[in-house]
Design a protein around this ligand. Structure first.
Ligand code: HEC
Ligand code: HEC
Ligand code: HEC
Ligand code: HEC
Length: 222
């Protein structure tokens, strides 16, 4: 909690500093969060503001801050379980919690985009100093890593990299487990879908919705 407060204070301080500096050139700074970036022209480079990353931020193209609405995952499947459709806009912005009553929050999936202090087991790896929300993402030049940046396919681990390992407790036993792409996405997508189905069995009639056992509803066979 105190770390979050400290980060908040630091963030406000840094934002204030940039506002001050920029207001020497532009008179429009210091209004709302959205307007604060209106000084950015397409050919300007983004100002290193809001986030306080300790790591160098990979830069995203300035002014191009939209997330594709949909993704096709598993295009390069090594098995007969092929492509899976994923509507990012639905999952990120609509009431897609298991009970259908709330928006889940970016870090439900992008688990490394939050400070270490916010992580719960088995998660320990952090790539961002603040909890990512849509506003945080928009104001930051730090990229969101794809899941596959870390969760490799079996047999496709690049030289010099290692497969992520998580310490998990299963049936009272604690051990470590390798999290390849299959495990990562299955645990993420299916745990929630199974919980949603338990609470709302009627979801089964929704086109495209799958429980963990409905392999070929989620995957197109190939
Ligand atoms: C909610 C949708 C969903 C369901 C249900 C699902 N999967 Fe997957 N599966 C995925 C996603 C997403 C990936 C990883 C895609 C990526 O890495 O791009 C994946 C990856 C895989 C892979 C690894 C493919 C590769 O070579 O990288 C296999 C094999 C697989 N799933 C088999 C299954 C089987 C068998 C079932 C049923 C028991 C199943 N899946 C159920 C979404 C699903
Ligand atoms: C920067 C690397 C990185 C990225 C990006 C990343 N992960 Fe992970 N993931 C890890 C590591 C490392 C672990 C093991 C625990 C830890 O260190 O936090 C892990 C653990 C997990 C687990 C826990 C598995 C379990 O058995 O409980 C899931 C699920 C998961 N990741 C899903 C995802 C998904 C989905 C994405 C993309 C939206 C993603 N990860 C992006 C590195 C990453
Ligand atoms: C249900 C899981 C889930 C939620 C919730 C979610 N994302 Fe994603 N996001 C993904 C997946 C899966 C991808 C596809 C790329 C990949 O496989 O890593 C992705 C891709 C992205 C990308 C593109 C990365 C790139 O450069 O290819 C951005 C940016 C992003 N998400 C930001 C967000 C933000 C901001 C939020 C919250 C408002 C959010 N996401 C919520 C799962 C999720
Ligand atoms: C925290 C919960 C949660 C996570 C994580 C999640 N989903 Fe979903 N998903 C839902 C819910 C709830 C629905 C049904 C929403 C409704 O119809 O009200 C759904 C619906 C879907 C549908 C049906 C079409 C649509 O967009 O409504 C697909 C396909 C799907 N999810 C794929 C995925 C994949 C692939 C992943 C992992 C990358 C994933 N989901 C992760 C909760 C989740």
């Amino acid at each position: 909690m105190s770390k979050i407060m400290k980060n908040l204070v630091r963030l406000i301080g840094i934002t204030a500093f940039f506002c001050l500096a920029l207001s020497m050139f532009f008179s429009s700074c210091g209004t709302s969060g959205k307007d604060a970036r209106s000084y950015l022209k397409a050919d300007d480079t983004p100002t290193p503001t809001a986030n306080t990353n300790s790591q160098p931020a990979a830069s995203a193209p300035a002014g191009d801050k939209t997330i594709p609405e949909t993704f096709t995952l598993c295009k390069d499947s090594l098995s007969e379980y092929g492509e899976t459709a994923f509507n990012h806009a639905n999952h990120a912005f609509k009431n897609y919690s298991p009970d259908g009553k709330s928006v889940m929050g970016c870090v439900e999936c992008h688990h490394t985009d939050q400070p270490k202090s916010a992580l719960k087991p088995p998660y320990v790896t952090s790539e961002r100093d603040v909890v990512m929300t849509n506003d945080v993402w928009k104001a930051s030049s730090q990229k969101v890593s794809n899941c596959r940046t870390c969760h490799f396919q079996d047999g496709n681990v690049p030289d010099g990299k290692t497969m992520p390992v998580a310490t998990v407790t299963d049936a009272g036993k604690t051990g470590s487990k390798e999290i390849n792409n299959e495990v990562a996405y299955h645990v993420n997508c299916n745990t929630c879908h199974d919980a949603a189905f338990k609470l709302r069995p009627e979801l089964k009639s929704k086109p495209g919705f799958s429980t963990s056992k409905d392999c070929t509803i989620c995957h197109k066979s190939q």
